[in-house]
Write a protein that binds this ligand. Structure first.
Ligand SMILES: Nc1ncnc2c1ncn2[C@@H]1O[C@H](COP(=O)(O)OP(=O)(O)OP(=O)(O)O)[C@@H](O)[C@H]1O
Ligand SMILES: [Mg+2]
Length: 251
């Protein structure tokens, strides 16, 4: 990011306590416009909780989230969220699910077919979610996440329930969508190769303990051009460093 460019997202000193336990404390970072950043860390360190706080879905989090320098005070259609499960509404068609942000039956919106084409789906406009495979349903979820043209897409392990071949296709779809829409993305993943493949940067959260909140232990930039060769020794070194941080943590 150059000194003159405005960060798209500013996360300032976010803290989340549940009762006497603090899960993460004073987490601060910025995302530049168009960046794809992965958030990794051991299970239970607070990745999903942090994403919910950034999405404005957790009024009890402390700290500030600014999008395009505007303080966020709750959910916003400028921020889209995609979960591990597609979370489609079973009684609505694929098209109505995608356009749900505009109203319950807005599937005739011309942007729906454009998005379906972008995520590589044809002939599913009117079908119900139960007729879709898991990979197809997650493509629909991606299309729905982009329908409102969010500036920021938050993804919580979006491909972890999907077979390896479909996952690698969907990773390519995500890169193409982010590029075409100028979307900034923050992606939680357990899959370090996914993080190395997709990200401009990787944020590593330290482990959280009963009386040890997690924090951002590493902020690693990956400059290698895409598509990346994950067998490259530089990638091996990054993977090892991340694995170290995931298991013992530097603190
Ligand atoms: N509503 C809640 N009430 C109490 N504790 C909670 C609540 N939500 C989350 N936690 C706790 O906060 C911690 C972080 O949870 P979170 O789901 O954010 O972790 P995570 O990093 O996403 O884990 P995973 O990798 O397994 O998905 C966990 O110890 C969890 O038990
Ligand atoms: Mg989680």
């Amino acid at each position: 990011m150059t000194a003159s460019s405005t960060p798209l997202l500013q996360v300032r000193s976010l803290t989340r306590r549940f009762g006497t336990r603090t899960v993460f404390e004073r987490v601060s970072f910025e995302l530049a416009r168009g960046e794809i950043v992965s958030l990794v860390g051991p299970s239970g360190c607070g990745k999903s909780t942090l994403l919910r706080a950034i999405a404005g879905l957790d009024p009890q989090s402390e700290g500030a989230v600014l999008l395009e320098r505007q303080l966020q005070r709750g959910p916003s259609d400028r921020i889209g969220m995609i979960f591990q499960e597609p979370r489609l509404l079973p009684w609505l068609s694929v098209a109505d699910n995608i356009a749900f942000a505009a109203g319950p039956h807005r599937g005739h919106d011309p942007r729906v077919d454009a998005l379906l084409a972008e995520v590589g789906l044809t002939n599913v406009h009117d079908v119900l979610p139960k007729q879709l495979s898991g990979g197809m349903a997650q493509r629909v979820a991606l299309a729905r996440g982009l329908f409102a043209e969010p500036a920021l897409l938050l993804l919580d392990e979006p491909f972890s329930a999907i077979d390896a071949i479909t996952r690698s296709r969907l990773q390519r779809v995500l890169l193409a969508l982010a590029d075409a829409h100028g979307t900034t993305a923050l992606l939680v993943t357990h899959d370090l190769d996914e993080a190395l493949h997709l990200s401009d940067r990787i944020l590593l959260l330290s482990p959280a303990g009963e009386d040890r909140p997690s924090h951002i232990a590493h902020d690693i930039r990956i400059d290698a051009p895409r598509p990346r060769d994950l067998r490259d020794p530089a990638m091996d070194a990054l993977r090892d460093a991340l694995l170290d941080g995931m298991s013992v943590g530097p603190n």
